[in-house]
Ligand binder design. Structure first.
Ligand SMILES: [Mg+2]
Length: 187
């Protein structure tokens, strides 16, 4: 059985629309999904970006997330198969309760939840085998620490997709299948 860590934003549910809406409402800045080709968002000032991301993680916004088709089902199947599920999100610890309510409402099972800004080092401590995360920074860090990585394909992570140890797909049913194959090979 494997230890699987799973990110939330842009992994379990779409996040960009929410961030883009807040950036537009608060700062009148347009964030283009298609043109976001790397991890850094430079069209916002640093404090603006921090404030916008903060607002995406209000209780109400957290609880409004709609999972990508097949995402909750995939996690359920992994959990039922006996894999250990660590949900991990780059958000404040104070988001823990709302995040738990969201996971419960979506019937996404998990063994452990970590809301914080030290995702990969926590995964190392927990002996995680594979990190499912859209961030190229986290993907590279996971690979460096000997983990596999898996991600939905987004414009900002295309540069890591060809790297050994990176599993990717356009949608969850494919991603689930490819992760299953990789875990089988790794047994
Ligand atoms: Mg993410």
């Amino acid at each position: 059985m494997a230890r699987i860590a799973i990110d939330i934003d842009s992994t379990l549910h779409h996040y960009w629309d929410l961030l883009a809406r807040i950036a537009h409402e608060r700062f009148n800045v347009r964030l283009s999904y298609e043109e976001q080709h790397d991890w850094g968002i430079t069209v916002l000032e640093r404090e603006q970006l921090t404030a916008a991301v903060h607002e995406t993680h209000s209780d109400r916004n957290i609880e409004s997330g709609v999972p990508y088709p097949g995402a909750a089902e995939a996690v359920r199947r992994w959990h039922e198969a006996g894999h250990w599920i660590h949900v991990t999100s780059h958000r404040r610890e104070s988001c823990d309760a709302a995040t738990r309510r969201w996971l419960k409402a979506q019937e996404i099972p998990y063994d452990d939840l970590h809301c914080s800004f030290d995702k990969v080092s926590r995964c190392v401590e927990l002996g995680v085998d594979i990190l499912v995360d859209d961030s190229p920074v986290n993907i590279r860090a996971a690979l460096e620490r000997g983990m596999l990585a898996a991600t939905l394909i987004h414009p900002w992570n295309v540069q890591v997709l060809g790297e050994p140890g990176v599993i990717s797909a356009d949608e969850w049913s494919q991603l689930e299948k490819r992760v299953d194959e990789a875990l089988k090979t790794g047994d």
